[in-house]
Design a protein around this ligand. Structure first.
Ligand code: C5P
Length: 400
């Protein structure tokens, strides 16, 4: 963050008190911070605290009532490398979404030359309100990065989604923003992503499946959307949810259904990231009615499922770029390299159940990327979100 110029917009929510900690973190890391506060936010955190911690005067009004001096919002906009608005209230959100500029913070937002990041903070029902959801989508459309509100205890005493992301999370989002050379690197690109498990029916009520949660594929989807891509997400059964105006989600159950969906969409995409844990085998025949318990041990005859990724690799044009995953329990690198070649991939993301914190239902992952030139890049154990960001960053660097 050394020397980075952060314009911090503070709006009138109770989470404003936490901003003092964030300013301390930013200043300690060498960033320059200037702040603009909405008049309402001054009831939640004193401008004196903010100006003392930032080491700069705080902008609140369009003009100084004592001296008559005008505050130049355009100059703020030119100075900043990024504008961070935290907390972002429903009111300021609505005004940003509609281009209302009735205070200094909003006028500055409209004059910005740099990207904007926001951290919404609202009460439970406000955050769920369709208007708020619509306004957040509008901001995303306007290329504003949103640090989603978190779940937990709210100032109202209610419990749920709406708490502003913690200062540490906002700090991490800002540093990954500065670590990225560009944003919107996947603008104009259409990415096909497979995620989750597949369920292979034995009879109308039973199936063969696996423990894949779909988290990794959904995080990759989010990271691609954040870079401006259009995404076709083909997912097996999962509890994950995501809505975005650039996302087309196709829900499937079996490998055959996933294969059909991929075959109909692959040609129109330029990038494929296949993270689904597709069942390798399916029952040869699906019993038409629930199989009855009997005295003899039943046998289920299995047949191979289509290898969807191998099909995409075999049908890959020169303009298309393909990424696969491999979860191995032994000979990780050798098996990974064999798969990369056999399935005609550009790179493969390897993980092993042997690594603590990696695998299906945990929130973390430890990955190694192996590319077609045999280059091997190991990443530290991280959240699946961070692992997804690493994969997408690697992808962007590889295609550019
Ligand atoms: O061969 P293996 O199943 O280990 O390869 C894993 C990779 O292949 C993953 O990217 C997975 O999504 C993909 N795959 C597939 N169709 C299958 C099996 C695996 O697309 N039937």
């Amino acid at each position: 963050m050394q020397g980075k110029r952060i314009l911090l917009g503070i709006t009138g929510g109770i989470a404003a008190y936490k901003i003092a900690f964030l300013i301390r973190m930013l200043k300690k890391s060498g960033a320059e911070v200037r702040s603009i506060m909405t008049p309402a936010s001054c009831d939640f955190i004193s401008p004196l605290v903010v100006s003392t911690l930032t080491g700069n005067p705080v902008g609140i009004e369009f003009w100084n009532k004592q001296t008559g001096e005008w505050t130049n919002h355009v100059e703020y906009g030119l100075w900043a490398d990024v504008m961070l608005i935290a907390p972002l209230t429903a009111s300021t959100l609505a005004k940003m979404a509609t281009g209302n500029s009735d205070n200094l913070l909003l006028a500055t937002y409209l004059s910005l030359k740099c990207p904007t990041i926001v951290a919404p903070a609202m009460d439970l029902d406000m955050y769920q309100h369709p208007t708020v959801k619509r306004n957040l989508l509008q901001l995303e459309d306007d290329c504003v990065t949103i640090i989603p509100a978190e779940r937990g205890e709210l100032a109202s005493g209610l419990e749920g989604e709406g708490r502003m992301a913690e200062p540490e999370t906002i700090y991490t989002a800002l540093s990954s923003f500065f670590n990225r050379t560009q944003t919107g690197s996947l603008k104009g690109k259409k990415v096909l992503i497979t995620a989750g498990p597949t369920y292979e029916a034995i009879d109308p009520v039973r199936f063969i499946g696996n423990h894949s949660s779909g988290k990794m594929g959904f995080e990759i989807t989010k990271a691609c959307l954040a870079e401006g891509a259009e995404v076709v997400l083909i997912t097996g059964p999962t509890n994950q949810t995501l809505t975005h105006h650039r996302l087309q989600q196709i829900d499937v159950v079996s490998a055959d259904e996933m294969s059909e969906a991929v075959k109909s969409n692959w040609e129109s995409c330029t990038i494929g990231v296949f993270s689904a844990a597709v069942a390798d085998y399916k029952p040869k025949a699906v019993a038409p009615s629930k199989m009855k318990k009997s005295d003899t041990d039943p046998t289920i005859e299995l047949v191979k499922n289509p290898d969807i990724l191998a099909w995409a690799g075999a049908n890959k044009s020169k303009k298309q770029y393909l990424v696969g995953f491999a979860l191995e329990t032994e000979d990780l690198l050798q098996n990974g390299m064999n798969k990369l070649k056999k399935k005609n991939l550009n790179f493969i993301v390897l993980n092993t159940l042997a690594d603590e914190g990696a695998g299906f239902s945990v929130d973390t992952n430890k990955i190694t990327i192996l590319d077609e030139c045999n280059k091997q890049t190991e990443f530290e154990l991280s959240s699946k979100q961070k692992a997804a960001e690493n994969i997408v960053e690697y992808l962007i660097n590889s295609i550019s």
